[in-house]
Design a protein around this ligand. Structure first.
Ligand SMILES: Nc1ncnc2c1ncn2[C@@H]1O[C@H](COP(=O)(O)OP(=O)(O)OP(=O)(O)O)[C@@H](O)[C@H]1O
Ligand SMILES: Cc1ncc(C[n+]2csc(CCOP(=O)(O)O)c2C)c(N)n1
Ligand SMILES: [Mg+2]
Ligand SMILES: [Mg+2]
Ligand SMILES: [Mg+2]
Length: 311
């Protein structure tokens, strides 16, 4: 099995670039000093997220293909959460010199396949040697002339609704930590999020007043909408579905588990929400400063959700 040190930096880049399919907005891809990405709107949605081995993934829990899909998904979801259409990814890659070439190639297949779900492509990146695998992914997106769906537009009287899975990645993480004995559905959900990318355009069509992807937990992320909008968000747990597969701690996973990258948004009360969106709460006047900044079943919810420096 060949390792990346046999290929060298530029041999590796050549191998990876050869695996990347063309994408409509990537006018010039890997190979020059910078990529050229079409920005017909004139404004570019831009976002970046890091994935660090041991922190965001473990190579004994997840294979390279799933890690690649996750690295792309968590960034593509941020672009979609702005109401934009993903166009391109830039991929900073730190790799231990002993890494096998096939491992990195599979990582790239995962990145490329996840991009293909949104029409985006990998436009460029960087490769360095390091002691742990790290991916620093930047995603760009096109708003198509529309206004962005920010976190700051929620208004009293709106409803809070969610589309996608909630709590699955968190329940899978607990299973991995306990020895990986449990439903494959949960282990797979932890390895690879499946953001319902259509939710961005759908939320816009439904008149969403705010939108984000849930990366750190519903309460914490709803708290970001509440803080940015200067409102109070009240979640009613009786309206929050807790699938039985999540196990006895299901409600905790649903309320505080991150990394499923579904979408939470606020909508006017008369928005014709289809069944793919579940209403889980309402928006009221006032603000909550304690804990996560949201009210759950009438009480301010204490801290909960992922914080890199206290989780
Ligand atoms: N090092 C930084 N420098 C400048 N801005 C930052 C930095 N880190 C985060 N931000 C900004 O803070 C905001 C919130 O970042 P955060 O990473 O929590 O959002 P997110 O990417 O949607 O969530 P997650 O990282 O959990 O997926 C974003 O606008 C982000 O650009
Ligand atoms: C090995 C391992 N341990 C713990 C976790 C859980 N985890 C890590 S980061 C994060 C929040 C989102 O990250 P970010 O805010 O950086 O986007 C969560 C829930 C994991 N995925 N892998
Ligand atoms: Mg981030
Ligand atoms: Mg986000
Ligand atoms: Mg986070």
């Amino acid at each position: 099995m060949t390792g990346i040190s046999e290929l060298g930096e530029f041999g590796l880049i050549g191998r990876l670039a050869a695996r990347l399919p063309a994408a409509p907005a990537v006018l010039l891809g890997p190979g020059d000093d910078a990529a050229l990405v079409a920005a017909p709107d004139g404004r570019v949605a831009a976002t970046t997220d890091l994935l660090v081995e041991g922190r965001h993934f473990r190579r004994d829990w997840s294979g390279p293909y799933d890690i690649g899909r996750k690295a792309a998904a968590q960034n593509l979801a941020d672009v979609v959460a702005m109401g934009a259409r993903p166009t391109a990814l830039l991929v900073g890659l730190a790799l231990p010199p002993a890494t096998g070439t096939a491992w990195v190639e599979r990582l790239y297949d995962g990145l490329a396949d996840e991009c293909a779900e949104t029409g985006a492509g990998v436009a460029g990146g960087d490769v360095v040697a390091a002691s742990e695998v790290t991916l620093a992914v930047t995603a760009l997106g096109d708003l198509g002339g529309a206004q962005p769906l920010t976190r700051s537009g929620a208004r009293p009287g709106d409803v809070l609704a969610y589309r996608g899975r909630l709590g699955f990645s968190s329940a899978g993480l607990d299973l991995f930590r306990a020895g990986a004995d449990g439903p494959a559905e949960l282990l797979d959900a932890h390895r690879r999020p499946r953001p319902p990318y259509a939710a961005g355009a759908e939320a816009r069509a439904l008149g969403a007043t705010a939108l984000l992807d849930v990366s750190d937990g519903l309460l914490q992320d709803a708290g970001h909408i509440a803080a940015a909008s200067g409102v109070r968000i009240e979640i009613d747990t009786a309206r929050v579905p807790v699938p039985a597969v999540l196990g006895p701690d299901g409600l905790r996973h649903v309320l505080t588990g991150g990394e499923d990258h579904g979408f939470a948004g606020t909508f006017p009360p008369d928005a014709p929400l289809p069944p793919s969106w579940t209403v889980v709460g309402t928006v009221a006047a006032g603000t909550v400063t304690q804990g996560t900044g949201v009210v759950v079943d009438g009480r301010p919810a204490g801290p909960g959700g992922w914080d890199h420096f206290s989780s």
